[in-house]
Design a protein around this ligand. Structure first.
Ligand code: NAD
Ligand code: GLY
Length: 361
């Protein structure tokens, strides 16, 4: 499969996508000129599945390897874990040119990326994403962060990796609900930027959910190229990159109101439907497009309706605290049609309440 290149003014990096690529990491490191030590950071689940093979492969290429494990889960994307990793890296003797290999999902990628950005003022970062979400989203674009208590992603940086190697064979061990979670972000790319991608997923949803390698590779490549294109145009998230937050205004509020009991992908799916319903009320999104979007979200195994017991007032309040609010009124990324969105400020809490009620019926 051809590699993508993400080009920024400070340089470019490759995003390689294919089956079995974890077996080639040693060659890629050699190709980039790294010598000596390499540190793998992985959560315990991913370490058990993939770190042994990666380690022995790197050792065969004469790297001295440390495996630094973190416990799985968002709760470990923390300064405490980062602090522990700094100590372990120093004990290992990691230096300015020692690559850190972030092997795992978005939690590991964000945490290891934050450590790579800050340890010795920055060491080379290689992303080896193993969840669908990480392969299409979090490993691309340089956002690295840890959470600060309840403040998600509040402490971080823009720190681009030196390479992303997405081995989609690793998705075979991913629990089915995590695949569905990642599919929400794939649908998001189709809806914001590319009707062809939406139609690729629409025409092959069952095969994609069954992890058909050809279709999976095509879809991940499509999504990654959209993310790369947007990041190239707006690395620091000052304009265009905001559209990646489609479905996330209501989605983040749902996640946070449920104390993370609603998984991210499911919350984003409901949030995308909220945005669609707002757009239709504003007379923009045609009914036929809305019906197609609703049907595909459902076929993907994601929810479109809100939980019955939802406290709308509390949800709207959380959304008003969102970074994107403007003087009480809310700002949303709204679909104009499949593949095209616009940013709309001034959405009143009243309109939003009506839409949320409609969405729970
Ligand atoms: P995750 O990293 O917690 O992974 C989900 C679960 O899957 C974990 O339990 C993990 O151990 C397990 N796992 C990972 N790969 C596996 C595999 N191949 N086989 C079996 N199990 C596997 O979660 P995620 O959904 O990948 O990432 C969510 C995080 O990503 C959030 O913290 C979010 O803030 C962040 N994120 C960051 C960006 C960004 O641009 N930096 C973008 C989107 C999301
Ligand atoms: N996941 C949102 C972004 O990278 O901007």
């Amino acid at each position: 499969m051809p590699a993508l290149k993400l080009k920024l003014y400070q340089g470019e990096y490759r995003i390689e996508i294919g089956p079995g690529l974890l077996g080639e990491v040693g060659d890629r490191l050699r190709g980039m000129g790294f010598k000596g030590k390499a540190a793998i950071i992985a959560d315990a689940t991913v370490a058990r599945l993939y770190a042994g093979r990666l380690r022995s492969q790197l050792e065969k290429k004469d790297y001295e390897v440390a495996l630094l494990e973190v416990p799985p889960g968002e709760g470990n994307k923390s300064l405490d874990q980062a602090g522990r990793l700094y100590t372990e890296l120093a004990d290992f003797g990691a230096e300015r040119l020692t690559p850190l290999l972030a092997l795992g999902g978005g939690v590991t990628g964000d945490l290891a990326g934050f450590v790579a950005a800050t340890y010795l003022r920055g060491v080379p970062l290689i992303h080896l994403p193993t969840t669908l979400l990480a392969q299409v989203d979090s490993s691309i674009g340089g956002k690295v962060a840890v959470d600060h208590g309840r403040l998600k992603n509040y402490v971080g940086a823009f720190y681009q990796p030196r390479m992303v190697i997405s081995d989609f064979s690793t998705l075979k061990t991913l629990p089915a609900d995590q695949v569905v979670n990642g599919l929400a972000e794939c649908l998001k790319y189709g809806l914001i930027r590319d009707k062809g991608l939406f139609e690729l997923i629409e025409g092959n949803i069952d095969e994609i959910k069954a992890l058909d390698e050809g279709l999976l590779g095509k879809m991940i490549l499509h999504c990654a190229s959209i993310k790369a294109e947007i990041v190239e145009k707006d690395e620091k998230d000052l304009g265009l990159r905001n559209i990646l937050n489609f479905g996330h205004t209501a989605g983040h509020a749902l996640e946070s109101l449920s104390n993370l009991a609603i998984p991210h992908g499911r919350a984003v799916a409901m949030g995308m439907m909220t945005a669609c319903l707002i757009s239709r009320r504003l007379g923009v999104l045609p009914d036929a497009e809305l019906a197609r979007i609703r049907s595909l979200i459902q076929k993907a195994g994601l929810p479109v309706n809100l939980p019955q017991d939802l406290d709308y007032a509390a949800l709207i309040q959380v959304m008003q605290q969102d970074k994107k609010k403007q003087e009480g009124a809310l700002r949303f990324i709204l679909p104009e049609a499949i593949g095209k969105v616009f940013i709309q400020g001034g959405i009143s809490p009243l309109l939003l309440a009506e839409v949320l009620k409609e969405q729970s019926e």
